[in-house]
Every structure is written in structure tokens, then in C-alpha cells.
Design a protein around this ligand. Structure first.
Ligand SMILES: Cc1ncc(COP(=O)(O)O)c(C=O)c1O
Length: 385
């Protein structure tokens, strides 16, 4: 029978993590006490200043289409924030506001990739990069990371594969591993990209959830013409449902991305953009409070995992930890949810290098983390692990 649907879309797999999260929801609905280590979003309430500002912005009439690139005032505020945090100079014309960082990533890939172009992605990696490249008819080649060195990119593997590639997608602090990079390590990566004329898409959405100083890729002036940095409000200000992100790149790339935006989603929601200005101006206290709490939780879970003899790389940022087991991640995650009502994400979902791992999100209070760890320990004992 002739297939009438797009082969491009038919080739995209459904999220392999959906099954576990659906199971967790079902168990919760049935009244079970589920410990949820599977979430990909903060557990804090959005700052009240942001909510109040949304109401005010709606009252004031920010209920119509916004300019496709986003309100200039918000773009200017983002530039100010980058100056304040990282001492980098950005012009508002080098910023586009998008409905979520995800859309910014898709627009960047659409604007750079021609059919057949090779895209390098260090793995394990966030689940959406590969499908997005495929939707643009690009070709993904995964670059090894070295777990023993904190899941850092294997520089020799990158050097080998860079020849003939068009784009490197890097994400740090990293989902799912929590790994990150210092200035010298990033410089080595940037130099390889410069030597091979690669573009870099740097997904820095966890830049404010860090236990070490974050170095933005924008610090490297030589690559600025070939660089897109993506960030957003989802993780930093606990605004996942508001769908607001942005990209920073040279004007030519931003103009191309803007065309994709105009013809697909038009613009990011107008009143949310206005509220985001308040987030940037008034909610630094909130970012610090969340970061402090994540650090406390991360120290706690790291200590507890060590005590029960589970190996892991200590995260440098994000709210994820990625312990390793001598057991298939899918199978273990299934046992944990079915028998112990603990939801986790199997490492295999994040591609090569993720095998036999679980991703645990620490987006729950310490008492719940403790309860979850006790159940994991019980599970491993009963499996004679
Ligand atoms: C690495 C990474 N990039 C991008 C995103 C997308 O974020 P947003 O909610 O802004 O679309 C996520 C969300 O989970 C993520 O983990």
C-alpha cells in the first residue's frame, strides 16, 4: 500500500519516555504514593511578580500579535542580563524571542541545515535534537563523551568527525548528565569548529542552574559569526508552561530564524513577553533561591547514592543526576515504576553512552528524595544487585 504520510515524520520516533511517565500518572490517579524522579521541570511556583505582571499586561492590552522577533524592550533586557552576568556585548538585533527554547533550536537548525548536511551531537544528549535534525533532512553523527572524565566530549572523536560537518550542537550544563565545561575546554572545542568551519548551536538553557561558574559560548569572539546560543525562561524562572525562550546569534542568522518563526508560530505570546521583562529585572532572588535549593538536594542525593554504592558523575549543574547500574535502564525503570512506584527515565532514551543509566530529577523535596532512594535501595537488594 502506498504510504500517504510524510516519510520524514514517519521516521521520527515517539518519545520513549512517555510510557513511564504515563504509568506514573496512572498510578498516581489510582491513589498510589509515586515518587517522581522523571520530571523535566522545576517544582517551584513561578515568582508572584511574574504572575502579577501577566495580569497587568493583559489589562494594558498586550493581547495582540507581538513583533515576530519579539518586543525590543525584552530583547534589550536580555542583552543587559548577559552583560551583567557574563560581560558580553550583545545588540538587541542579535536576539529573537521564541515560544520556548525548543522552537529557537528548531528555527536555528532549519536556518542552517541543508538536506544531507552532517550535524554532530555529543551523546548522551537531550531527546529532541536528533528528531529536529531529521525533520530538516540533516544527518546526525554522535560524538562520544567520556564518562570517566565527567561525560566530557571526547576531543579526538570530535576532531575526527568535524571534517565535512556543518553544525555542532552542544548542551551544557547537560541534560541528562549534568556535565559542564570550563573556559579552556570550551576553547578547545571552539578551535576545532573554527578550523573546520562548523556552526555551533550552544543550548545553555541550564546556565543559571549551576554549581560552578558558567562560561557562555558567547565569550569566544572568533566564533560569534557562526554561533547561536539558546536560552529561555522555563528552567531559570520556573516558567515551563509559559513557553518562552530566545536565541542570540549574528543578525543574518537571526533574520533567517525570524522568517521560520513568522511563517510557523508568528511570535511568542505578547503578555508573557512583558512579564519576562519583570522576571529579568526583579527575580534574581528567585534564581538564587532555586539554585541554592538544587545544590542542597544534589549534595544530598549524591551522598545517599554513594552510601548505597551506586556510581555516578557528580553534576556540575542542572537538576539531573545520571547514575550507572549493571542493568538495562529500560528494564530497571520498568521494575522501579511497576513494583516500587518510583518514576525514573531510562538512560537509553538519551542515546549512545546512556545505556544502563537512569536519569533522576531532583525536582522534589529532600524527604521525597530520601523516600525514593530507600525504595531504589530496596529494589536493588531484592534483585540481589
Ligand atoms: C537541554 C534542553 N534544551 C531545551 C529544552 C526546551 O526548553 P523550553 O521549555 O524552553 O522549550 C529543554 C527542556 O527540557 C532541555 O532540557
Amino acid at each position: 500500500m502506498k504510504i500517504l504520510l510524510s516519510k520524514r515524520v514517519l521516521n521520527i520516533p515517539k518519545s520513549s519516555t512517555l510510557q513511564i511517565t504515563a504509568k506514573a500518572k496512572e498510578l498516581k490517579r489510582m491513589g498510589f504514593d509515586v515518587i517522581n524522579f522523571a520530571a523535566g521541570e522545576p517544582d517551584f511556583k513561578t515568582p508572584k511578580e511574574v504572575i502579577n505582571e501577566i495580569n497587568r499586561a493583559i489589562e494594558e492590552g498586550y493581547i495582540y500579535y507581538a513583533p515576530s522577533k519579539g518586543y525590543k524592550e525584552l530583547r534589550e533586557e536580555i542583552c543587559k542580563k548577559y552583560k551583567e552576568l557574563y560581560n558580553v556585548d550583545i545588540n538587541p538585533e542579535e536576539v529573537i524571542i521564541t515560544p520556548g527554547a525548543k522552537q529557537a533550536i528548531f528555527e536555528a537548525i532549519s536556518s542552517i541545515i541543508n538536506p544531507g548536511d552532517k550535524v554532530l551531537i555529543p551523546s548522551p544528549c537531550w531527546v529532541s535534537y536528533e528528531p529536529m535534525v531529521k525533520l530538516c533532512d540533516g544527518r546526525v553523527e554522535f560524538v562520544r563523551t567520556i564518562e570517566e572524565e565527567g561525560f566530557k566530549i571526547d576531543i579526538e572523536d570530535l576532531r575526527k568527525k568535524a571534517n565535512g560537518a556543518k553544525l555542532l550542537i552542544i548542551n551544557y550544563p547537560n541534560n541528562p548528565t549534568g556535565s559542564s565545561y570550563g573556559y579552556d575546554e570550551l576553547k578547545e572545542i571552539v578551535d576545532i569548529c573554527l578550523e573546520n568551519n562548523l556552526y555551533i548551536l550552544s543550548d545553555e538553557i541550564y546556565d543559571r542552574i549551576t554549581f560552578e561558574k558558567h562560561v557562555t559560548m558567547l565569550s569566544f569572539k572568533d566564533i560569534r559569526d557562526r554561533l547561536i546560543v539558546v536560552n529561555g525562561f522555563s528552567k531559570t524562572y520556573s516558567m515551563t508552561g509559559f513557553r518562552l525562550g530566545y536565541a542570540i546569534a549574528n543578525e543574518k542568522i537571526i533574520d533567517e530564524m525570524s522568517k521560520v518563526q513568522e511563517h510557523t508560530v508568528s511570535c511568542a505570546t505578547s503578555f508573557i513577553q512583558i512579564a519576562a521583562i519583570t522576571a529579568l529585572r526583579k527575580c534574581e532572588y528567585f534564581v538564587r533561591m532555586m539554585n541554592y535549593e538544587y545544590k542542597r538536594r544534589m549534595d544530598y542525593i549524591s551522598r545517599r547514592l554513594s552510601e548505597i554504592g551506586i556510581s555516578f558523575v557528580k553534576p556540575k549543574g542542572t537538576f539531573y543526576i545520571f547514575p550507572k547500574f549493571n542493568y538495562n535502564g529500560f528494564k530497571l525503570a520498568n521494575i522501579l515504576i511497576e513494583k516500587y512506584h518510583v518514576a525514573t527515565i531510562p538512560g537509553e532514551a538519551f542515546g549512545i553512552g546512556g545505556e544502563n543509566h537512569l536519569r533522576l530529577s531532583i525536582t522534589l523535596p529532600i524527604e521525597k528524595i530520601e523516600e525514593g532512594i530507600q525504595r531504589i535501595e530496596k529494589c536493588l537488594k531484592e534483585m540481589n544487585y
